[in-house]
Design a protein around this ligand. Structure first.
Ligand code: ADP
Length: 259
């Protein structure tokens, strides 16, 4: 994706991709990228053919979280070969731009880049392509919902009011754009003290569950604040690639997604 990506006309769904699932949040920092990476890895471990498209153009986290670096090849200058990590086919603008360099683009270029990442990347045959959206309700969300055949969206939030207020906006956006919401995930739901074993609700309790209930949507899972999740993300080996309760929780969510 060199030069100046321009938006294209018409809906885009890579040929071999069965379905596209978007992972969204209202607010940044609630764990949307962490959940995207872990769900992708959990699905791959279950034998699914999975792609992960990092659509957070201004703050791409997936190269770091999935532990990949290096530029994707484009032998013919048109088709871009994605990279592979933990059984997942991956594409991110972060693979094209050094980690300490900013992408300073206006909306049309942003949308062009997203469309190129959908349409020009050789995704191959995939059961599911997970799209890690940027936070909020902006150009990327609008482009993806209107210009790709999106099967559905998952909304990630913490139980904290400030996160939930924005999550409701994301849900409202999907309603407006007629994108089905498959369910909500409560991240940073609780913290189990390693010393006393007590459960602490640092960001509040059950906020996402009651939001899901009020909207008649499934609560797909509730994930703890977990040191290993954070360390594994920073190390590029998502927690779902290993064993343990959190990995199992991701496996359960993944099972329900592609039943
Ligand atoms: P977002 O994509 O919503 O901006 P990230 O996935 O980048 O959020 O997560 C923000 C930070 O919080 C990262 O440092 C990540 O490692 C950490 N994080 C996310 N979820 C958890 C969790 N359940 N437990 C501990 N740390 C987490």
């Amino acid at each position: 994706i060199g030069g100046h990506p321009k938006p294209q006309a018409g809906p885009i769904k890579p040929k071999g991709v069965s379905r596209i699932l978007a992972v969204a949040s209202g607010k940044g920092g609630v764990g949307k990228s962490t959940v995207s990476a872990n769900l992708a890895v959990a699905l791959a471990r279950q034998g699914r053919r999975v792609g992960l498209l990092d659509a957070d153009i201004y703050g791409p986290s997936q190269p770091r979280m999935m532990g990949v670096s290096g530029s994707p090849n484009s032998p013919d200058g048109t088709v871009i070969e994605p990279l592979k990590a933990h059984g997942v086919t991956l594409m991110s603008i972060g693979l094209m731009v050094p980690e300490d360099k900013a992408v300073v683009w206006r909306g049309p270029m942003l949308m062009g880049a997203l469309q190129q990442m959908l349409g020009q990347v050789n995704w191959g045959e995939l059961d599911v392509l997970i799209v890690d959206l940027p936070p909020g309700t902006g150009d990327v969300q609008l482009t993806l919902c209107t210009k790709s055949e999106l099967s559905g969206a998952i909304v990630v939030s913490t139980p904290q009011d400030v996160a939930l207020i924005d999550a409701r906006k994301a849900l409202d956006m999907f309603r407006t754009l007629k994108t089905p919401v498959l369910g909500l995930i409560e991240n940073m739901s609780f913290f189990t003290c390693p010393d006393c074993g007590g459960e602490h609700h640092i960001f509040g309790h059950g906020g996402v569950a009651s939001e899901a209930k009020a909207l008649g949507l499934p609560l797909l899972g509730a994930l703890p604040i977990d040191l290993e999740t954070r360390l594994a993300g920073d190390a590029g080996t998502p927690v779902a690639a290993g064993e343990g309760a959190v990995s199992e929780a991701y496996a359960q969510i993944a099972k329900g997604l592609v039943a």
